[in-house]
Design a protein around this ligand. Sequence first.
Ligand code: 9D3
Length: 251
Amino acid sequence: MRVQVLTIFPELFGPFLATSLVGRAIEKGILEVRLHDLRDFTEDRHRSVDDEPYGGGGGMVMTAPPWIRAVRTLAPVEPKDETDGSRPWRVLMSPQGARLDEAKVRELAERGDLLFLCGRYEGIDERVRTTVVDEEISIGDYVLSGGELPAMVVIEAVSRQIPGVVKLADSVEQDSFRTGLLDHPHFTRPPVVEGIPVPEVLTSGDHAAIRRWREREALRATVEKRPDLLERPDVLERLTPEQRRALRARG
Ligand code: 9D3
């Protein structure tokens, strides 16, 4: 999998790419990340990337030519709608984008070759989006200062989809995400914390009973913390017969 990032702050990615899961994937050679400084695609003495907004108002807008030059260099194949994977898929990180979810993460991972455009200031000249962007993505409805942290979120989530990146125990956890429910609670030593013991079934050695307990607790956690998930047909579809019974009993 190859990921490229276009930003005026490539240094923000340093520790992220050097550490943990993403760092290991790069070391193993199953992930390649290339950082590009947008200012390298400017042509004026001051390497400027922003200007005042047409129509007035506060703040600055990122100017289109460096972005378009950069994208045409890094993801050169035209036309814009060519999606067969022979050029990077161009993703604009933006508060106006579609909200990221696990389905979108899987879709991006399958593309295999991604270019993230990370903006700053009030935004990017609209003609960048309409000429060289395939898809616009947000990570949620809250205001951040730019697209760099969101791009790191997407890169980590997408990396976890590459075979061999997450350890086996972790991919079991991913399976539990595939059920669409929240995870069941976890316990480890010591056996008593603040007077609270570990649920007995977990130390019983009865693996079938443990599996049933976890299914039940996953459903309970979802009902209590994220009832909205239980309104989704794709989540209801994947409930086990026991979970369906438990849900009906709860009403
Ligand atoms: C305070 C400025 N806002 C006026 C209503 C607009 C705005 C412009 C630029 C808000 C945020 C940003 C910078 N954010 C991103 O580039 C961004 C982002 C985000 O802020 N939240 C969630 N996902 C993303 S992806 C890129």
